[in-house]
Design a protein around this ligand. Structure first.
Ligand SMILES: [Zn+2]
Length: 353
């Protein structure tokens, strides 16, 4: 896949504490006067008043309010066609589901979307796609990168820790993903987009070199939020998910299918990347493990371990998840080596149960 000719990046981008108070101002500055607001479950109760006050004070009219409780594609299509014509933009306040919902509705209606993530559980809020349910299955649908991304780091600091840990896990997989992409270049000739690699890796580097890696440190959250946005942009730039998704993501997608109770995306891919980086003999593995320990990621996963049998099964299923997507697991011998590593190394103690 080549670089897309029209690259979209967020026009409006604000990441800092208490940005929610200024949401109305940002919208007005970008000439939006009538908006449809989509809330994730519980978010209207939690943040609705703040949003209303902010929009009100900038004289922005809410022409429709919807609480997103599911992500079936039919519901999104119905909602998109029910959007009042005078709506200039869609504002999504919530987690991944509400944002994906609004992203796809905005895409269908041809209206800009402003994402206001209330948790940083994965890089989906700034990616060009939308994860929706099609015929009951989680499916990646084409959409556009949001016009705006407004992240209130104080809101994120107050979100349940599992979300932030998941976001950390998703970010740390860039090393594994990029290594798989380069491997694919050597094995299949697939073009690597160096600029996308630079964006993806450099933003994670900022994060892992931050002196105080704690999930309630506002500066750390700010770096995380920025890195997740850049991860989305790197996918847009390269026109593929390659810079953000490699064999560790395939294992996670397989785990979603085989596990009785899948965990969070970022936790799964983070744990899986320990194995894929080991296979890749990745020079950053030790550093990634250290960051996982320092942030509390490993401790959190040990309190909520993945299912060992399902994880082993997922490693075997992973190579068949995405046709033609070459990774370190495309070599059958590597699948067996990883299975053996998981069965014998103490690295996995507590992470799998
Ligand atoms: Zn991911």
């Amino acid at each position: 896949m080549g670089r897309s000719t029209q690259i979209q990046i967020p026009t409006l981008l604000r990441i800092k504490a208490n940005t929610l108070h200024k949401l109305g101002k940002y919208l007005r500055r970008n000439d939006f006067h009538r908006v449809a607001v989509f809330y994730g479950e519980g978010m209207r109760e939690l943040l609705g008043e703040k949003v209303d006050i902010s929009l009100d004070s900038s004289e922005i009219r809410v022409v429709r309010t919807e609480v997103v409780t599911g992500n079936d594609i039919e519901a999104v299509v119905t909602s998109a066609f029910a959007l009042p014509r005078q709506a200039d933009a869609l504002v999504a306040v919530g987690g991944g589901m509400a944002i994906d919902y609004a992203k796809y509705a905005g895409f269908l209606a041809g209206k800009p979307v402003i994402a206001v993530p209330t948790a940083l559980s994965n890089d989906g809020f700034a990616s060009p796609g939308a994860s929706l349910k099609v015929d009951g299955r989680r499916t990646s649908c084409p959409a556009a990168i949001p016009f705006g991304v407004v992240i209130d780091t104080a809101v994120i600091a107050g979100s349940p820790p599992r979300f932030t840990y998941s976001g950390i896990g998703d970010l740390l997989t860039k090393y594994s993903a990029v290594a798989d992409w380069k491997l694919s270049y050597w094995e299949t000739g697939e073009q690597v987009d160096d600029f996308a690699v630079l964006i993806a890796l450099q933003s994670v580097d900022n994060l892992v070199h931050h002196p105080h890696k704690s999930i309630d440190d506002l500066d750390f959250i700010k770096l995380m939020a920025g890195a997740l946005v850049m991860s989305g942009v790197s996918m847009e730039v390269s026109g593929s998910s390659r810079p953000a998704s490699g064999s560790e993501h395939l294992i996670s997608h397989a785990y979603d299918k085989v596990a009785a109770r899948p965990s969070m995306h970022g936790l799964q891919v983070g744990v899986a990347s320990i194995g894929t980086m080991w296979l890749q003999e990745h020079p950053q593995l030790e550093m990634v493990m250290a960051v996982m320990a320092e942030t509390g990621f490993l401790h959190f996963v040990k309190e909520h371990p993945l299912d060992r049998a399902a994880f082993l099964e997922a490693i075997r299923v992973a190579p068949s998840i995405k046709e033609g997507y070459f990774t370190i697991l495309s070599d059958k011998a590597n699948v067996e080596r990883l299975v053996e590593f998981v069965q014998t190394s103490p690295v996995w103690d507590g992470l799998l149960a």
